[in-house]
Design a protein around this ligand. Structure first.
Ligand SMILES: Nc1ncnc2c1ncn2[C@@H]1O[C@H](COP(=O)(O)OP(=O)(O)O)[C@@H](O)[C@H]1O
Ligand SMILES: [Mg+2]
Length: 321
């Protein structure tokens, strides 16, 4: 569906297991395969605890998977070290839900925006004022905000600063982990409009974690639906209404509440999500699926392409139907 020559990052067979109490293992991500494309947004969606942040953290090397490769421009990010890792990190930036945690409260906005540029020797200290103003304008904030401290700003303005800082290094990929979900719906919308504009201008690839399918379908070019550590469906953002996996369909039927709380039970699914310590063999969704067959209890369904750009991991769409 996308031009393969625009692919900038590919996750291949990525699995992450965490040691848990009693000698057990928690599988947060299992055999994930995803591709990120220049100028396109991949929306990663799923209930709280399904492994979204664990996966995205690999892309910025805050963690490494237990198995698998993360190929960025042909290099495996999981194996990079030292100066090569430091240099590569410039090109993949992350924006978190609460930017305050990553800002030094004693630093002025000018220094917050310019810090990564100075660290990589991209600007001289004497250029800070001009550069900070340029990036403040890029995120539609007044240039004189350069003299403020983060606590003198609203949540939406702080998130714009986080975006300014992220784009300053001219990254090829920006990961946004629930970056707008703490904001009011109207502010959320303006931040997403900003991100979409910057993406178009700079051809940035974006990985956008959300728990609100309604929000993400408006702008994501591809959507990956995650359930208990596995990707159960990948489809073009514009085709969300054509989703086929029973889990995605359940999410869709719950979508119209803009502030849906995924920590609560989804109304249209009867039972609770199993623990990631106790993932059933066979299809991970079997315990909550109305269509569960014997085969679903035995065999884990692989992602199968049903249309270009649309893959579903469900035995209903298996090859041996
Ligand atoms: N460092 C860790 N050690 C142990 N378990 C972890 C760690 N990080 C995440 N987990 C577990 O992995 C699962 C997925 O977590 P996470 O990726 O944060 O989910 P999401 O971002 O989708 O809400 C959860 O069960 C979580 O408790
Ligand atoms: Mg998370």
């Amino acid at each position: 569906m996308f031009d393969e020559k625009d692919m900038i990052l590919e996750a291949k067979h990525v699995t992450r297991r965490f040691p848990a109490s009693g000698g057990r293992e928690l599988t947060a991500c299992q055999d994930i395969n995803l591709k990120f494309y220049r100028g396109k947004t991949l929306g990663l969606i799923g209930e709280s605890g399904c492994g979204k942040s664990t996966f995205m953290r690999f892309l910025v090397r805050l963690d490494v998977p237990t198995e698998g490769e993360i190929l960025f421009k042909g290099k495996d990010l999981t194996k990079l070290k030292g100066e090569e890792l430091r240099q590569t990190r410039q090109y993949i930036q992350m924006v978190f839900q609460d930017p305050s945690g990553s800002f030094n409260p004693k630093m002025k906005i000018r220094d917050i925006i310019c810090e990564p540029l100075l660290n990589f020797g991209r600007i001289k200290p004497s250029e800070k004022d001009v550069v900070a103003r340029k990036f403040l304008e890029a995120v539609e904030l007044p240039g004189d905000f350069a003299d403020r401290y983060p606590h003198n700003m609203s949540g939406g303005q702080r998130q714009r600063i986080a975006i300014a800082r992220a784009i300053a290094l001219e990254p090829e990929l920006i990961i946004m982990d629930e970056a707008t979900c703490a904001l009011d719906v109207s502010v959320q919308k303006t931040i997403i409009e900003l991100v979409c504009r910057l993406q178009k201008e700079k051809k940035i690839a974006i990985g956008f974690i959300a728990h609100d399918l309604g929000l993400i379908q408006a702008f994501a070019h591809q959507i990956a639906v995650m359930y208990l550590g596995t990707i159960v469906e990948i489809l073009p953002g514009e085709d969300v209404d054509k989703a086929q996996h029973p889990y995605t369909k359940a999410l869709l039927s719950a979508v119209f509440d803009m502030n849906m709380d995924f920590t609560k039970k989804i109304e249209s699914i009867d039972s609770e999500i199993p623990s990631p310590l106790d993932v059933p063999s066979g299809c991970p969704f079997q315990t909550r699926c109305d269509h569960c067959m014997e085969r679903c209890r035995q065999e884990r369904p692989a992602l199968t392409e049903i249309k270009p750009g649309h893959e579903v991991a469900c035995h209903i769409f298996g090859r041996e139907e």
